[in-house]
Design a protein around this ligand. Structure first.
Ligand code: SF4
Length: 179
């Protein structure tokens, strides 16, 4: 049987969800029997293959590059999964939505303590920040949500092994949490 292709990315995330995924520890050897990684921080693949079975998205949408990446994943992935609080509802980074973006930038780059040569970075290579942080479902259709900050390794394991077995993922109560 062909292995499932799995792509992963971190948008406005902290990589904690990826770290929690790796907390499945030696079970990753068993998982490697049924899945292979496509575009992911775990690989050196820069763009999604034309057809990917599962896309795991960590992090909310904070800047223009996040928008491009998310659209690429949605275009390629048959099943797109919002992983963790940030992807599901914006998470802690969405607390900046209560403060005008100009004030955030000013505090970070112009008026904060201990700044030398204060200036807001404006190199054309840098992705522009969006006015607000968005959960991914506000931009693309999402097929599943895996909650937690981060979801536990056991939740990742159950979710992915269910999908690999051709079943609809079903998490028992004790694996569902939002903190
Ligand atoms: S949900 Fe939590 S662990 Fe995952 S990226 Fe966001 S802050 Fe990090």
């Amino acid at each position: 049987m062909a292995k499932l292709k799995v792509a992963t990315t971190s948008l406005g995330g902290c990589f904690g969800c990826h770290m929690s995924f790796l907390d499945i520890d030696e079970r990753i050897v068993d998982l490697a029997e049924v899945i292979e990684f496509d575009r992911s921080p775990f690989t050196d693949i820069k763009h999604c293959s034309e057809i990917v079975d599962i896309g795991l998205i960590e992090g909310g949408v904070c800047n223009s590059e996040n928008v491009h990446t998310l659209r690429e994943f949605r275009k390629s992935c048959k099943i797109l999964v919002a992983i963790g609080a940030c992807a599901i509802n914006g998470g802690l980074p969405a607390m900046r939505n209560f403060v005008p973006l100009e004030e955030c930038l000013a505090e970070a780059y112009l008026t904060g303590e201990g700044l030398e040569n204060p200036q807001v970075p404006n190199d054309i290579e840098l992705p522009l920040l969006l006015d607000k942080v968005h959960p991914i479902h506000e931009l693309v259709k999402v097929d599943y949500f895996l909650p937690g900050c981060p979801p536990s390794a056991n939740a990742f394991w159950k979710f992915l092994t269910d999908l690999a077995a051709g079943k609809k993922p079903a998490l028992p109560y004790e694996l569902v949490h939002y903190d």
